[in-house]
Design a protein around this ligand. Structure first.
Ligand SMILES: Nc1ncnc2c1ncn2[C@@H]1O[C@H](COP(=O)(O)OP(=O)(O)OP(=O)(O)O)[C@@H](O)[C@H]1O
Length: 248
């Protein structure tokens, strides 16, 4: 399997806080990897480096072989991202917003318009296409953000705690959409969460704690390594049992 994301020995410090310390990880094409970590583990910092928002103090990030620091345009061309903070323009209609983003990616309208309509159908959002963003439920706003992240047909999808604030049904739905996109187009997915139940569906789990990778393997291997029956118990044991790390 070809690596769509390769992160080698990445470190980042904020003053006296070592937010990330020599973090290495890989996501292969078609692979869903859950990045699990309690609050403050360094997930958001890692995503900021993976998306080129900040540069690491040391180490490297490559997307499909393109180095994020030396060749950001090529690296970002393959990347779709949904950030933790909602980023939908509430004053544009859903369709207008999507067309605007397709234009930003330089997609010709002969390509983007049918693609947008097909994705709206797929995501069950066709009836909302003419609505202003502010009229949508939280779950549907997130779905639009996911749809937007898929518009340019990226090979790697980064989801940074994208289900925060959603009700359980919307969380499950969003995860389903991501799993389907992965299956259909062999996209590599890195799904950051502090909710253990969301990691159950991943092929691989990476546990980040206090800025370092504590585990990288299948959910079953994590349970076996910790001698626990459930992923939640294994994760809590590995990370010192922070209560806020429990499943929602
Ligand atoms: N801009 C900043 N300045 C100073 N310290 C920071 C900054 N951003 C993050 N940190 C610190 O770096 C560490 C990692 O934070 P980060 O937000 O990356 O973790 P996280 O896993 O995303 O947590 P959460 O789940 O709470 O969002 C924490 O100790 C945090 O306080």
């Amino acid at each position: 399997m070809a690596a769509v994301l390769s992160c080698r020995d990445v470190s980042k410090r904020y003053g006296r806080t070592q937010a990330l310390d020599k973090v290495s990880l890989q996501v292969d094409e078609g692979e869903m990897v859950a990045l699990l970590g309690p609050n403050g583990a360094g997930k958001t910092t890692l995503f900021q480096l993976l998306t080129g928002l900040f540069v690491p103090d040391s180490g490297s990030v490559e997307v499909l072989g393109a180095d994020m620091r030396r060749n950001p345009v090529a690296a970002l061309a393959h990347l779709g991202v949904v950030f933790q903070q909602p980023a939908l323009d509430l004053n544009l209609t859903v369709r207008r917003s999507l067309r605007f983003h397709a234009d930003l990616h330089g997609l010709p309208s002969s390509v983007s318009r049918p693609r947008i309509e097909a994705l709206l159908q797929r995501f069950g959002l066709a009836a909302s296409a003419g609505e202003l963003g502010r009229k949508l439920s939280g779950g549907n706003r997130r779905k639009v953000e996911l749809l937007r992240a898929l518009l340019h047909e990226p090979r790697l999808l980064l989801m940074d705690e994208a289900t925060v604030g959603l009700d359980p049904a919307s969380r499950v739905q969003l995860l389903q959409e991501v799993l389907q996109a992965r299956e259909e187009r062999s996209i590599g997915v890195l799904w950051a969460t502090h909710l253990v139940d969301e990691a159950q569906r991943a092929q691989r789990v990476i546990v980040l704690h206090k800025g370092t990778v504590r585990f990288d393997g299948t959910p079953q291997a994590l349970c076996a390594a910790q001698g626990q029956e459930t992923l939640e118990a294994a994760f809590l044991q590995l990370t010192g049992g922070e209560r806020h790390a429990k499943a929602a």
